[in-house]
Design a protein around this ligand. Structure first.
Ligand SMILES: [Zn+2]
Length: 85
């Protein structure tokens, strides 16, 4: 496999997955965003599902991965992203 660089770890289940399957959250100078394009810079964290988001929220892994507190409205947006699965 030569596309290993495209694999990222989900901060919920901590499995390595292709980044197409993960939702990226990023922390930039302008704040925290749900990075659907995967192109925003900054520090990123990846999540694969709604249940992993819950795990990450409970264990404060998002805050730790992004090195900042993630506001509730961003968490809401994230939950919405996984709602249609
Ligand atoms: Zn996961």
């Amino acid at each position: 496999m030569n596309d290993k660089v495209h694999f990222r770890m989900c901060i919920g289940c901590q499995e390595m997955m292709h980044k197409n399957k993960l939702l990226r959250i990023c922390s930039t100078e302008k704040g925290i965003f749900v990075d659907k394009t995967n192109k925003m810079g900054g520090r990123g964290a990846y999540i694969c599902s709604g249940s992993c988001l819950k795990t990450a929220e409970k264990r404060k892994r998002l805050n730790r991965a992004l090195k900042t507190a993630v506001p509730d409205e961003i968490l809401c947006l994230l939950y919405k992203e996984f709602e249609n699965e």
